[in-house]
Ligand binder design. Structure first.
Ligand SMILES: C[S@@+](CC[C@H](N)C(=O)[O-])C[C@H]1O[C@@H](n2cnc3c(N)ncnc32)[C@H](O)[C@@H]1O
Length: 282
């Protein structure tokens, strides 16, 4: 077998070490943190919409989460009101082991992706819907990843992809600060190759996808910056700031409802909006 490049090795080792839980929270990463919850709720709405559109009376829908980690998002998908078969793939063995140990997910099929080849272990035109949340930035050969997703998607199927917004000043600040804190505590950080909206568009158009929807995620940065600070404080204080998630989600919803248009102006998204998402159709 070909030797993994150091980039891919780094990524799978990193996610083997950090596949969720409080330890990662304190260090600045959590796939179940509030921000991720908000993002998953937003992506779930999109997936549900397409699942209802694509469902048929005869066959169950096939949905795959690429870069599923410990299956946290797949758990959200279990609630979709349609007959679905769920699949998850990841390069991290440890994250997949966690996913497989979760009894709520025992009907889900999980598979390991070889990070070096980037081949997805499925036949052509297998899936109706594919999701991939905050994964493409960890992949060196992004063309290959998107071509593989295109290959395993059925004609007419959709993929929902999210990735951090390279242009966000807040994101870049945070990457720097969290990286610095991790460095001070002797921890290795993420290895990311971020893409901006334009770069993203070039990539998916080249592969042949049609863009159905493109937006920022309704996910405004300031409260996350606060929550990240509390995680960081968690290194020193055993208890994190007890701000109830429900309050923050409500605050987020209200901000979007009344000031959404303002937050979506270019200037503001450049500063605050962490993620961009696209819904692509084959
Ligand atoms: C930031 S995490 C996001 C996890 C999950 N999608 C979520 O939102 O909770 C990135 C995930 O992508 C996985 N990953 C990195 N490179 C990958 C690749 N080439 N193929 C599949 N998964 C990959 C990592 O192991 C990690 O679990």
């Amino acid at each position: 077998m070909a030797k993994k490049s150091s980039f891919n090795n780094y990524v799978s080792d990193y996610f083997d070490r950090n596949s969720s839980g409080r330890a990662d929270l304190v260090a600045g990463d959590s796939f179940n943190s509030l921000g991720f919850k908000q993002k998953k709720t937003d992506v779930l709405e999109l997936v549900e919409h397409h699942a209802l559109r694509l469902k048929s009376d005869t066959d169950s829908l096939k949905i795959c989460d690429v870069g599923c980690n410990d299956g946290a998002f797949i758990e959200y998908l279990l609630g979709i009101q349609a007959e679905i078969d769920l699949y998850g793939v990841d390069v991290s063995r440890k994250a997949l082991a966690k996913a497989k140990a979760n009894s709520n997910l025992d009907k889900v099929s999980f598979d390991l992706v070889d990070g070096e080849s980037g081949d997805l272990p499925f036949a052509d035109e297998t899936f109706d819907i594919i999701t991939s949340i905050e994964v493409i930035e960890h992949v060196e050969d992004k063309d290959k990843m998107l071509s593989e997703i295109y290959r395993i998607l059925k004609p007419g199927g959709v993929v929902v992809l999210t990735t951090p917004n390279k242009e966000s000043v807040a994101l870049n600040l945070q990457v720097f600060l969290v990286g610095f804190i991790r460095y001070c505590f002797g921890k290795k950080g993420h290895k990311d190759i971020f893409i901006d909206e334009k770069g993203f568009e070039e990539l998916y158009k080249k592969v042949g996808f049609l863009c159905e929807k493109k937006d920022i995620l309704y996910w405004i940065r300031p409260y996350l910056t606060i929550s990240y600070s509390t995680y960081t404080l968690g290194l020193l204080l055993p208890f994190m700031l007890p701000v109830p998630s429900i309050f923050l989600l409500y605050y987020q919803r209200m901000l979007n409802k009344y000031f959404g248009r303002f937050f979506k102006t270019r200037l503001i998204t450049r500063f605050f909006c962490w993620s961009i998402f696209v819904v692509l159709r084959k």
